[in-house]
Design a protein around this ligand. Sequence first.
Ligand SMILES: C[S@@+](CC[C@H](N)C(=O)[O-])C[C@H]1O[C@@H](n2cnc3c(N)ncnc32)[C@H](O)[C@@H]1O
Length: 229
Amino acid sequence: MTRLDGAERLIEVYRRKAAHYDLTSRLYPVPGYPQRSQRLRTVRALGLRAGATVVEVACGTGLNFPLLEDAIGPGGRLIGVDLTDAMLDRARSRVAAHGWRNVELVQAEAAGFAFPRGVDAILSTYALTQVPGCGAVVAHGAAALVRGGRWAVLDLKTPDRTPAWLTRVGVAAVGRSASLDEWIGRRPWEVIRAAMREGLVDAGWEELCFGTAFLATGTGAGAGESGSR
Ligand SMILES: C[S@@+](CC[C@H](N)C(=O)[O-])C[C@H]1O[C@@H](n2cnc3c(N)ncnc32)[C@H](O)[C@@H]1O
């Protein structure tokens, strides 16, 4: 199985989801999950100021864009990157509806995306653990950040104290899928945590909602210095 096969399959999955994503994502991963407060917490962790340049990796339909635009204002720059054309089409409609003129949308595989240098902040929500090479994405982003720039990753994980058999019962209950099993076995959140520790200073790690999600944060050492903050 090649990487391209995997990417094409994923694009097909999100093409099917795109039209209803903003509604159905409210039920993700279960109805009532505190997704909105987790998104707010993530954007706050970026410490954004007016005029900042932000990259959102795997931005989907742009559900975080209103929070980001509020923080950076019209003088800022927002770059949304995603693999799926149909998700980006939705994001484009959101941008047009709000009249934002400072958003660029890029269709790209996250691990192959060339981050511009001098970025003030990078985030990814509910996506990076499903990206092949998620550790490389963190490293590439860290290398693009200005000194003091911030990286924040919010995503789901399995609770550490849950026995493996119980996790599998939970997975079976919500609909067993081979890829979910693979995700649980691979524990990509640990790859992300290690990459944040490796490439950033002040790496932080918070478990959210009984260990079913995490917020990983870190600060750039200035490897991508060339812009201004
Ligand atoms: C669950 S959605 C999350 C969207 C958005 N971040 C949010 O918080 O609503 C996952 C998104 O990740 C994108 N994605 C998955 N794998 C990707 C990859 N390798 N590179 C770029 N985007 C990817 C999908 O196209 C989809 O839009």
